[in-house]
Design a protein around this ligand. Sequence first.
Ligand SMILES: Cc1cc2nc3c(=O)[nH]c(=O)nc-3n(C[C@H](O)[C@H](O)[C@H](O)COP(=O)(O)OP(=O)(O)OC[C@H]3O[C@@H](n4cnc5c(N)ncnc54)[C@H](O)[C@@H]3O)c2cc1C
Length: 594
Amino acid sequence: MTTTVRSATQGIDYSQFEGAIGLNWYDVDPNLQFQVQRLVGAEDRAWTEDRLRRMGALIGGPVAARAEVTDKNPPRLERYDRNGNEVNTIVHHPSALETKRDLWESGFISLRSAEDVVQRGRPIPPMVGTAFNYLLSQAETGMLCSVGMTSSLAGVVERHAPAEVRERFLPHLRTTDFSRAWDGAMFMTEIRGGSDLAASETRASWDGRRWLLNGAKWFCSNVDARVILTLARPDGAPEGLRGLALFLVPSHLADGSPNGIHVKRVKDKLGTRAVPTAEIDFVDAEAYLLAGERSDPSAATDGRGLRRMMEMVNDSRFGVAVMALGIMRRSFLEAAIYAAHRTAFGRLLQDLPLMRETLVTMVVELEAAAALAFETSEAAARVRQGDEWRKLSRILVPLLKFRVTRRGLETASQALEVFGGNGYIENWPMARQLRDAQCHTIWEGTENIIVLDVQRAIVREGAHEALFARVDRSIQATEHPLLTPAARLLEDGLQGVREALAYLATASPEVAQLQARRFAGYMADVAQLAALLDEAAFELASTGSARKAAIARIFADTHLSERPLRGITSGDRRALDLFDSLVRYQPLPRELVD
Ligand SMILES: Cc1cc2nc3c(=O)[nH]c(=O)nc-3n(C[C@H](O)[C@H](O)[C@H](O)COP(=O)(O)OP(=O)(O)OC[C@H]3O[C@@H](n4cnc5c(N)ncnc54)[C@H](O)[C@@H]3O)c2cc1C
């Protein structure tokens, strides 16, 4: 398949495809193949390529086809059985269940598990899990929500649950045997607010033997998960965030009977319909405290519950950013294919200057987003290797979520328009992508909350220093003359970010908040360009192609340079002249880039 979809000199010929569904999404994605070359050591490369190629066939094929069916047949609630007993059953269409089974059995869920590491004899390269999520997101981000929470929940259970809870739940959370598998969910948001968790009203009481939860949660995705993490305020705990404790709530008790979780309604959502999002009541729901080995009332008021929950939230924020990245890639691929077939005014769309610019803009933003995403995944995988990595990951996760979720929405909207009126119609591929993309700016923290989190990471943890040092390393390492102009813009950008930060440090809190989005955008531009420059240097050294150098330069010119008269008189013809290289991934001779 690889050889038929891409030739080394001709690149990808989109005219041979009718649409994205049915293709192997690894084979048609030269940028993902490039990430493997760059990020995976020689000893793991064949294994990685094999896993990603198998996943690309599965997800681009049956999973992607079923996603269209699931969207039109979303999960529904059967609250009572025919005898009137409350059963709270979520009925999924077979298309969703088949996909879930395929994902479990393919090792998607257990990829990062200790078992897999032991079998291989060394850790899985960090980019592999990110690449899996990126591939699945191109098909169905709702499904990734459903399956993706399981592995991060398992990590929280491993770190914070007492031994008996670990022993009961972890084997089910990490198995590849679908019949024994339990998936995870996270219920935090209440009707009074998702951003302001301090307002949470769910109570936890200790009855001398066990914890019982009572309260209502307003947004509960993957509501029929077997294992739920939630926040509740133990009796006697103070108001505010420090009074919240972290609990694990099983959907079923040890004897197999249902726990006190009552599903009131499955929400009628704009998108991400594969995953059921519901409103629930906890009524004397049995729960386990996650605060180390102790479960008694005093352990519940150690003030660290939210911090433990945030470990999963941070994982999920990264996951949501990758969902948006997947939507960017699917949008670009569908648009490139459509533009290679459809004609207007006697020309293929892809040959019209404005359309060339649209497709080039999409691919530049896609690769800038991917560069930051894979950078973040490498940093996140190293958080236990030292404070520098921890800080880098701490700042990159919210920056990535902020940047890529907004770009995902913009790219889906642009791609939809490439299809003209067809784009707006539900039996073409883009309408659902646009509906799904809107979720990601909200899920796991809205854009405003995320940019305030960037500020928190700076003020409380000094996390920006790790990013500045990393950007500086890229500038210092840039030796190739082709990269010098972009490196100069990066240097100026870094200096600008430092100056803006110094100003914000002395500004009033109101002004600092007012500027939070602009500041996060500035930092994200700098971080993305640094990651692109590293990629460009690698490509020049390893293959001699200057394609990534051109991507980095266009990104730098677009986001970090002041262009007189908005660039109109600059004579910039790159979208026209470099189209085949940028959009069709042909190698770019360095003499064609100035
Ligand atoms: C499809 C879907 C699935 C979801 N699944 C889950 C789930 O499984 N589990 C879960 O816990 N939650 C879930 N959520 C909830 C989601 O995390 C929240 O909707 C989100 O965090 C925002 O909270 P809210 O809806 O209460 O909005 P609010 O907190 O009321 O915010 C309203 C607006 O005010 C803004 N705002 C709030 N505070 C500030 C501030 N300090 N400065 C500036 N602006 C501010 C927000 O940015 C937003 O624009 C889901 C949401 C959706 C849409």
